[in-house]
Ligand binder design. Sequence first.
Ligand code: AMP
Ligand code: MG
Length: 410
Amino acid sequence: MLPAAEAEAKILDLVSLPVNAEQVPLDKALGRILAQSIPSPLDFPHWDNSAMDGYAVRHADVQGASAENPVALTLTETIPAGRSPTQPVDPGQAARILTGSMLPTGADTIVIQEVTRREGEQVLVLETPEPKQFVRHQGSFCRAGDPLMGAGLLIGGPELAVLASAQCLQVPVFPQPRVAILSTGDELVRPDTPLQPGQIVDSNQYALAALVRQAGAIPVPLGIVADQPQALRTAIQTALAQADVIVSGGGVSVGDYDYVDEILAELGATLHIRSVAVKPGKPLTVATFPAVQGSAPLYFGLPGNPVSALVTFWRFVVPALRKRSGLATVWGPGFVPAVTRHVLKAGGQRETYLWGRLTPTSAGYEFELASGGHNSGNLINLAGTNALAIVPVGTTRVAEGETVQVMAIS
Ligand code: AMP
Ligand code: MG
């Protein structure tokens, strides 16, 4: 049994970063990963402009200005946002300016309106400003030709704003990994089928497709596969033709009908991991198929128990998908220390994950264990949770009020 951290490192080693890029329209780029660095087509800001509502002045004119000795300047014009100034500011003059408006030539400083007084066509400056105060200089945020953003960045709201501002209408992104999902088991039926004794609904198919999508990849749901070697062989071959990552649930333990590892070997896959020291989830198969166009298709054989399938997906498949997606950094899960509000118990042999809720507090975070049985087959109390508390190998009990590492899962 491989320790969890070693399994994660080994899996990440097996995953290659994407090399190809595709173009998507700007309004479809949310959640995608930038495939190339984007050079700025223009200076940001595009021109010197005002950061405040006030008056554009020449600093030399207002040195020594104070409430007792105000400096009177003659107004030239009002410069609204979206228009160019029509005349320079000459010595003894000022222009009324609004936030974001272009600075007129001659002016080098903004005096905020709060320290002025209007008197007809004149403005009285009642305080000496710092030189260049409240001027945003052309190119001070980014110069034309310099990179705006680098490859490997996840595109969210701020990144879309930058792309839109740079008028980048077609965005180069990495292709999303396609993830085939197979559920193995003779007991499984679709949710629209009336249940016969001994049958259960293939709930993993839905949960795993959702997690694949949340990880930024494309789920390819391939349905239920019977516990027969030939059915499994055909399903894996179908999956290989349609996806670059395959996730199957069930059939990886040592039961009489657990054929996954055997069929993988037969189909020419290399088995890298067969079990990991985690609970839930000990049986976990990780294999690769011979590379097609540079990247080797990856196979994750997850345990079938609903909680085990999801926990192993969060812990081991998500990092692999993040790397395969082309994210530049932070593939692994995030762990935060949290104070547990309940006693946490574990066997001590395997890294143990207990599900519950992580809540921010004034001092950091606290963890509340989900009520009900912590059994890998109990999918009911997993609903509504947002985190897994981790009890490390060698620890059998964490007392209430102690700090544990917690992995966020949503
Ligand atoms: P297995 O790993 O195939 O031995 O399955 C372990 C347990 O998980 C069994 O009780 C299965 O019935 C259950 N199980 C397997 N696959 C699924 C699935 N796709 N959805 C829900 N439960 C499953
Ligand atoms: Mg099974």
